[in-house]
Design a binder for this molecule. Structure first.
Ligand SMILES: [Fe+2]
Length: 127
């Protein structure tokens, strides 16, 4: 979608790849994904087991909020064909931001499980 929107002149897209449709679908998936992560079984467990990670979890939650605001802005751009080139650029920015966020989350999980493994090896299971 981004390449088609950024081409000069923009390339036509089939209906199933319309920016409005794709951004709306991405927004729903992102909301659901973040909601799951922020639940008790994920961030809730990490924070309960490792209070020292709470600030990093808070940063990740703030990222979620900011990315949902960003995709809301993309939805506005998707409805305005005159701004589709900007939509392509800003969509790529949000994708990069999401990748950075996921890497931070992965690092957090690795640290969490490293702590679990260290406890196990030291004979301190069930914190
Ligand atoms: Fe996340």
């Amino acid at each position: 979608m981004c390449a088609a929107l950024e081409a000069e002149p923009p390339l036509p897209l089939p209906v199933e790849l319309s920016p409005r449709r794709l951004i709306a679908e991405w927004s729903r998936e992102l909301s659901s994904h973040f909601e799951t992560e922020e639940g008790l079984s994920y961030f809730g467990t990490l924070a309960a087991e490792r209070p020292d990670l709470s600030f990093r979890i808070g940063d990740l939650r703030a990222d979620h909020t900011a990315m949902l605001e960003a995709i809301e802005a993309l939805s506005g751009l998707a409805g305005d064909e005159r701004r589709h080139r900007e939509l392509g650029l800003r969509t790529r920015e949000l994708l990069r931001r999401f990748q950075v966020h996921e890497a931070a989350e992965s690092a957090l999980l690795q640290e969490f499980f490293k702590g679990v493994g260290d406890d196990f090896l030291a004979g301190r299971s069930g914190r």
